[in-house]
Design a protein around this ligand. Sequence first.
Ligand SMILES: [Mn+2]
Length: 325
Amino acid sequence: MNQLSYIGAPPLRFTPGKGDPYVTRLSDWITPDLPRDGEQPDLLLIGVPLSKSSISFSGAHSHPQQFRQLWSSFTTYDMDEDIDLSALSAVDLGDVKMHITDIARCHRNIEEALCEVTTRFTGRPILIGGDHSITYPAVQGLRRTRQQRIGLIQFDAHLDVRDTSYGGSSNGTPIRSLIETEVVRADDIVTIGLRSFANSREYRQYAEQKGVTLFTARHVRQTGMKQVLSWAIDYLSEKCDAIYVTFDVDVMDQSIVPGVPAIGPAGLTAEELFYSARELGRHHKVIGMDIVCVDPTKDLRDVTSRVALHLFLHFASGCYRQIKG
Ligand SMILES: [Mn+2]
């Protein structure tokens, strides 16, 4: 039985090898076919098309498909690093099956999907959201398989520690849910890129009192991402068995990512995020990542989707270094 129970086949398939034979496009590289028995791809792409759980209106459920559509527009060659990603194996496992209205069931499917994928495959799952609510069930699923102490690095303008008794699981609650269910210890969470006028003192105090480490976007600008990130990696890798990374794209400045529900000024730059994705990809304790809250329906010329795709590509470039040296 080669099918996955909680993930449907990729809704987009390209015909590979149609262009210049000297140019490899992402659509030539990422295969939509499930690995055969014994095959272990390096990168496991999983679409998570859920945004009914978003606090503000979001079309992020359409992002996985938009993400795929851009594969024919970019190549596998990282010029800065002189790396060709096509030396890695990458598979598009498809989209997690969603219920039309039952959000709790959608979240359960995500948890089960991650559990199933990580039981069968050893590669790194890369989740394409969807809104930020997907991170909680995703890490729950990983934790069920791995039984390890998992640390979390969260890039986000927002704390995402809203009280779940106030409306249930949403894109404002994943970090609080992880803490309260003890899937991740609060002091194993580092949040980078928080913005003023996007959070509340009460929730900041909640996070700090629990032990979450917080870095604002201004702190990153003054200190430098290199220093902040290397501190976060050292801090977590010393005490945790594994590290999961979540990129809420709204952490970047509104001029870079117009297609997110919660745009805001003075956010992080694309370069800071790409650098982080690369560094995290090359770290042996990093077991997977997600990219969330891209809403293609609000985007301009796919600007935000292109940034999200490049986040994945820089992470993959880091993975190349980790795997191939
Ligand atoms: Mn978030």
